[in-house]
Structure formats: structure tokens, C-alpha cells
Design a protein around this ligand. Structure first.
Ligand code: ADP
Ligand code: MG
Length: 665
């Protein structure tokens, strides 16, 4: 006994707790794949094995001769574990290979698994019941009770596993390659040891034999412990960090060992002291350690807290940094990405504004997702949804997310403000640029207007002179037309670039009937020359509208020109001005081709035109003037048989008419 006994005690305790840890981790992992299921059973078998052995080891402390019931129970556990371990070892490698896509056909997989499980029939159904019934298990090296055939089975499984690990190592990334190689070496060594102990009979010296078998038995602890560490440290296998569980398991490990020590020392001291007294003394002795333990623990806790706070602060300042770039969209994506990485979550979604309806979330199977409200004062400004890989968010993550969600509203607000500021600055710059362009256009048009006017007058005089040769007459008329067109365009450009006269707009008013008659009068001649019927309909009395004469002239002239340009020869254009429901209604109808629906939304944009010679400014001017007067512009097209357009301008009445209107009603 002696040292070996303690090695077994510590090893079995560690093995039992490690398997418990694994079982807890796997159970918490909601999306279980086959691999995890097999791993679960593998760990469960190991758990049975180690806890059975632990039972036996502890019984050795307590009893001279272990009671038969305990022996049977331990045999049940250990025997079951031994039967299941070799095939599970094979299956987990097969599953892992399948996930990696390095396993060929389904048939091959089935054959391998069948071969691995076949001996289970013999050992599980024939040997195991016999052993249990006889209660004869060599607890020091239980596998030997199953006979040498079992050793062959076990060694073959381990060799198979080792071969797969070599293959995994060959294709793995650098970090993983080390583990796969280590596993391969361990498994190969284990397989060789199994062969040596079972078939070769092992060393003659019973003590050496016992040591060898104990180390063989404790072999799986190392890789599983390393794996647990990896899971914890690198959030490997997509199983979230389980720090608390790790602490709990370690504490339990120490507690169990200490209790065993208490019992053991109690037996030693029995000649001098009753065991109860020794236990009491040893348990009280713990109190001596409370202080240093507390200090050690508090240091550890503080370090954990520090690193936690550090991590939080780093995340927060990163978020703040992104917030300063002033794009809410980018910030949202960044927060989702970062929180997901930092906390090892499966899904993170940040929604701004009021929460979406409950049925919009939740029924995509994500029942484990938790939502955190982001508040500013009493207002809910957004929600953070977090979905863990496992079934639950751990307490640490919850607390950290709560903390983060207290900080987030500040960053979001900052980001929003910056975004608004940037937007405003951009708009201002754009407006300045447009103003500059407008000024330039105005100055150019203004400077061209006068010379064009002179050219026009000279040409008109020339046309009237009888001296002009007939040959030049046609060309002169052509030039005159072009010049008129040019000055009309310049006129539009001037109208467009004229700053709004909003300030005195409120006071401005004019008689819509007079302006309408004037505008129609100017164009009537042109309409007649193209054979277009221009029909007009005026109100009986003057109709005062709250718009300046210039504004109304711009509106009517541009609409009229468009209508005249749209209709074919012998078409019809109708201008109606009427009083209606407390405002003035200007209607312009034509029977031209109409406005295709796909461009209808764009016709008022500056410079949008479908005409080869168009400026695209007419309707832009109209809609701007109408807006300046506080009116409304509508249009309908087509009107009937897929043709015709109707523009309607609603303008507020001027002060006089508005008063009259009130008096009437
Ligand atoms: P422009 O007349 O220089 O093209 P506008 O801003 O006056 O610019 O008009 C923009 C576009 O709206 C025109 O190119 C034309 O496609 C369409 N449009 C305007 N008025 C009419 C109308 N009465 N009938 C058909 N299309 C029209
Ligand atoms: Mg036009």
C-alpha cells in the first residue's frame, strides 16, 4: 500500500470529479451533435470506473474486509465501464473523423463500429454477469479479471484511436497538431501497456505490476484534464467558459481528499486517540488555514475581478472608439461582433428603438436567448439579445452583459450626436456648394441676357427691313428662334438660382386671374402657330393668392410650357383657375402622351429631363415656388386612354380673399 494507495486515492478522486465536470459541461451544451453524445457516454463510463474505484479505495481506509454489498456495487460500476470503454473509444474517433470529413463511406463506418462493438456481446453478456455474481474483481487491476481477450480488445481499440490521432495531427492546424500528436503517443503507449499487462503477463514483481496498472488506469485523466483546460481557456469546442464550475470542482476535489486524510490519520492515531477526536482536531485545524486561505482566495478573486473589469473596460473603450466614428450602423455591427467574441456567445443582436414584438423573436428555436434592455433615464432606447451556445448564460456573463448594457446607451447617444453633426456639416457644405453654383449661373445668365436681347432686337429690325435679301430671310428667322430659345433657357436658370424670397413672402400677394391671363397671353400666339387649342377658365372676380407675382408667373409659365411641349399639333391644353374650399386651385390639363409611372417620382428633381433640349429645371422651379408659398403641387397621369396629364397647384388665399372667405362661411 503506502504511496500507491495515495496515488490511487488522488487519481480516482480527480478522475471522478473531472468526469463530473465533463458531464456537466456537455449537458449544458444545448446543440449536441453525435460527437458530444459519444463523448458524454465515454465520460460517463470513465465516471463509473473512477467512482467505483474511489469507493473501493475509501472502503480500504475504513474496513478491514470490505462488505460484500459494497464489493458487488463497485464491481457493477467498474465492470460496466470496462465493457463500454473500448467501443466508445473507437466510436468517438469515428465521429470526430466524420465531422472532419475524413471518413470515407457510410458502409465502412458501420463496419468499423460493428467490429468495435461485437466483443461487447461476449464480455457484456457472458463475462460481466459472471464477475458480478461471483463478486470477484481484482480491484487493483480490474481489467485483468476479464481475461486476456479483453486486453486484446482494449489494445486494438487504442491502437485504432492512436492511428486516427496520427491522421488528425497530419491535417490539423499548428495549435491542434500538438494535442493530436500527444494523444497519439499516449494512446499508443496505453495500447502497448495493455498488451504487455494482459497478454505478456506483466512484470513478475507484484509491486511494479501494481504501479504499472495504476498508471494505466489513471492514463485518461491527463488528456481529459488538458482538454478541460483548453475548453476553459480558449472556449474551445464552442462550450462557453465554465469558470465557476471549474472552481467548484477543484474545491470539491480538495474537500474529498481532505476528508480521506482525516479518516486515515484517525486510524493511525487510534491507539492514542479515539478517531472522532482526531477528526475534530483535523477539522478544526482547518480554521488555522482559513486566514491564509482567505488571503490567497481574495487575491485570486481580486485578480479575476481585475481581469474581468479590464476586459470590460477594454471592450467599452473599443465601443466608444467606434462610436466616435459617428455611424450608428457600424457601431451596432461592431457591438454585436465584439460582444459575441468576448463572451463566447452563439448569437448577439442589438436592436435600436422600441423592442420588436415578441413573436418576431423567440420562435426561431432560440428559447435560450436573453434580452437586455438599454435605457436612458426612463426611455427604452434599444435591446441586446444574447444567445449562448449552452442552455444558459453563466452568472459571470450575465453580470458582465448587465454592466455593458449600462454603458452602451452613452456610446450610442454619442454616436448618434456625432452622426447628426456630420450629417449637418455635409448638408451645409452641399448647400454652400449649390449656392455658389447658383450664383455663378445667375451671373452668367445675367451677363448673357443683355447681349442676347440686343441680338434679338437687331434681327427683328432686319427681318422687317425690305432690303433683306429673300435668301437670308429664312436663315435670319432661324437664328431668331434659336436666340429666343436660348434666352428662355437662361431665364429658367435665373429663376432657378434666384434665392427664395421667403422673408417677405408672407406679405406678398397677387391676383391669380391677372397673372394667369398674362401668362396665357404670352404663349397663346405660339400655341396657335402650332395649331394647339389653349383653353382657359377664369374665376368671375379677381382671386388673390398668397404668392408674389414673380412666383406665380414662374409656376404658371413653366407648367404651361411643359404642357405645350407635351401635346402634339392640334392637341389641347386647358388652364383653369378657381376658388375652392378656402384656397385657390390652378389646374393645367393636356392631352399629351402622359408621364410614365416609373419617372413620375423624379420629374421635380433639378436637371431631370426626358427631352433632348430640356433643362430639367421647369418642374424643379414650380415645386420650389409652390413650397415657398406654402401651397401644394399634385399631378395625375395618365388621365384616360393612357394619355394626358393634369397638374394641380393649391395655393393659400391672399389676406383679402381669406377674410372674405371667412365672412361668407
Ligand atoms: P424639362 O421640361 O426641361 O424637361 P421639367 O422639369 O419642366 O424639365 O420637366 C421634367 C420632365 O417631366 C420632362 O422632361 C417630362 O418628361 C416630364 N413632364 C413634365 N410635364 C409634362 C407633361 N405635361 N406631360 C408629359 N411629361 C411631362
Ligand atoms: Mg419644362
Amino acid at each position: 500500500m503506502g504511496a500507491l494507495f495515495y496515488v490511487r486515492l488522488i487519481g480516482d478522486t480527480a478522475g471522478t470529479l473531472l468526469q463530473l465536470f465533463w458531464l456537466a459541461v456537455i449537458l449544458a451544451h444545448r446543440r449536441r451533435r453525435n460527437l458530444e453524445r459519444v463523448l458524454f457516454f465515454l465520460c460517463f463510463s470513465l465516471f463509473l470506473y473512477y467512482s467505483g474505484s474511489l469507493l473501493v479505495v475509501n472502503a480500504q481506509i475504513h474496513y478491514q474486509v470490505a462488505p460484500p454489498a459494497l464489493k458487488t456495487f463497485a464491481t457493477l460500476m467498474i465492470g460496466a465501464a470496462l465493457c463500454l470503454l473500448p467501443p466508445l473509444l473507437v466510436q468517438i474517433h469515428v465521429e470526430y473523423a466524420r465531422i472532419r470529413g475524413s471518413l470515407g463511406s457510410k458502409g465502412l463506418r458501420r463496419a468499423v463500429l460493428a467490429a468495435a462493438y461485437a466483443p461487447l456481446l461476449y464480455f457484456g453478456l457472458a463475462v460481466y454477469p459472471r464477475l458480478v455474481a461471483a463478486g470477484r474483481l481484482d480491484f487493483l487491476f480490474p481489467a485483468s479479471s476479464f481475461g486476456s481477450g479483453y486486453g486484446l480488445w482494449l489494445a486494438a481499440s487504442m491502437a485504432f484511436a492512436a492511428a486516427w490521432q496520427v491522421r488528425f495531427a497530419a491535417v490539423a492546424l499548428r495549435a491542434e497538431r500538438f494535442y493530436h500528436s500527444a494523444f497519439a503517443v499516449l494512446l499508443a503507449a496505453g495500447g502497448a501497456l495493455a498488451l504487455y499487462l494482459h497478454l505478456g503477463g506483466g512484470p513478475a514483481d507484484p509491486l511494479l505490476r501494481a504501479w504499472l496498472s495504476a498508471s494505466f488506469v489513471l492514463l485518461p485523466i491527463a488528456p481529459l484534464a488538458v482538454l478541460a483546460y483548453q475548453v476553459h481557456k480558449f472556449r474551445f469546442l464552442q462550450i462557453g467558459g465554465q469558470k465557476n464550475l471549474l472552481y467548484a470542482v477543484s474545491a470539491m476535489f480538495l474537500a474529498i481528499l481532505y476528508l480521506s486524510l482525516v479518516r486515515r490519520v484517525g486510524i493511525w492515531m487510534e491507539p492514542a486517540l479515539p478517531p472522532e477526536a482526531t477528526s475534530a482536531i483535523l477539522l478544526f485545524a482547518l480554521l488555522i488555514f482559513v486566514e491564509p486561505l482567505q488571503r490567497a482566495l481574495s487575491g485570486r478573486l481580486r485578480a479575476t475581478l481585475h481581469s474581468e473589469v479590464d476586459r470590460q473596460q477594454r471592450t467599452s473603450s473599443e465601443i466608444q472608439e467606434v462610436a466616435r466614428q459617428g455611424s450608428l450602423f457600424a457601431l451596432t455591427r461592431f457591438v454585436e461582433q465584439r460582444v459575441k467574441e468576448v463572451f463566447g456567445l452563439a448569437h448577439v443582436r442589438l436592436e435600436l428603438g422600441p423592442p420588436s414584438s415578441p413573436e418576431a423573436t423567440g420562435d426561431d428555436g432560440s428559447y435560450a436567448q436573453r434580452s437586455f434592455s438599454l435605457r436612458r433615464g426612463a426611455d427604452l432606447i434599444g435591446t441586446l439579445y444574447a444567445e449562448p451556445y449552452g442552455a444558459l448564460l453563466s452568472g459571470e456573463t450575465l453580470a458582465a452583459l448587465d454592466f455593458l448594457c449600462e454603458q452602451l446607451p452613452g456610446s450610442l447617444e454619442l454616436c448618434r450626436l456625432i452622426e447628426e453633426k456630420v450629417q449637418l456639416e455635409r448638408e451645409l457644405a452641399e448647400r454652400e456648394r449649390l449656392a455658389l453654383v447658383g450664383q455663378m449661373a445667375a451671373s452668367i445668365s445675367h451677363n448673357l441676357k443683355n447681349p442676347l436681347g440686343s441680338i434679338k432686337t437687331i434681327l427683328q429690325v432686319q427681318l422687317e427691313s425690305p432690303d433683306l435679301p429673300e435668301r437670308l430671310r429664312g436663315e435670319t428667322r432661324l437664328i431668331l428662334e434659336e436666340v429666343s430659345r436660348l434666352s428662355a433657357k437662361l431665364n429658367q436658370l435665373l429663376q432657378f438660382s434666384r434665392p427664395s424670397v421667403r422673408a417677405d413672402q408672407s406679405a406678398a400677394h397677387c391676383d391669380a386671374r391677372a397673372v394667369g391671363e398674362e401668362a396665357a397671353g404670352i404663349l397663346r400666339h405660339e400655341a396657335a402657330s402650332r395649331g394647339i387649342r389653349l383653353e382657359t377658365e377664369w374665376p368671375e372676380s379677381p382671386l388673390h393668392v398668397a404668392a408674389s407675382r414673380e412666383a406665380l408667373r414662374d409656376i404658371l409659365a413653366n407648367l404651361l410650357v411643359n404642357a405645350l411641349e407635351a401635346v402634339p399639333a392640334s392637341g389641347r391644353v386647358q388652364l383653369r383657375i378657381a376658388r375652392e374650399a378656402g384656397s385657390a386651385l390652378l389646374t393645367l390639363e393636356d392631352d399629351g402622351p402622359g408621364i410614365p409611372p416609373e419617372i413620375s417620382a423624379r420629374i421635380t428633381q433639378p436637371f431631370f429631363t426626358t427631352k433632348a433640349q430640356g433643362t430639367g429645371l421647369g418642374l424643379a422651379i414650380v415645386s420650389r415656388r409652390v413650397a415657398e408659398c406654402g401651397g401644394r403641387l399634385d399631378w395625375q397621369s395618365p388621365l384616360k386612354d393612357g394619355r394626358g396629364t393634369r397638374f394641380q397647384v393649391t395655393l393659400p388665399l391672399g389676406p383679402e380673399d381669406a377674410r372674405k372667405e371667412k365672412g361668407e362661411s
